[in-house]
Write a protein that binds this ligand. Sequence first.
Ligand code: ZN
Length: 117
Amino acid sequence: MVGIVSTVPGPVLVHLYVRPRLRTAGSRLLVRGWLAITIGTTIVSWRRLAPGELAHELTHVRQWRRYGRVGYVVRYAASSMRAWSRGMDWYRDNTFERAARRAALEEMGSPRGPNDG
Ligand SMILES: [Zn+2]
């Protein structure tokens, strides 16, 4: 699936791939219980995403665009290290993930909801 995202400043072509076979491998290689991963403007998930989940991943697209490939990876890793060094969860307490979860909650129109996407 390919679509134009208008919520990002300036239209950007986003590629969305749904690959059910990656569910198991992703849990081993990424985060246990993963759903999707965004690399640049490419989103890969093992199932179709609900609107809130898509909002989460599109936030990562915006983050990638804002910081660039190296900048995003370095900042994401630094945020995870900072959280981990403070005894927090490297994934859930990562500032990039927190921002993406906020976007998902806003999309769902509720102050409460799933913590992940
Ligand atoms: Zn995320």
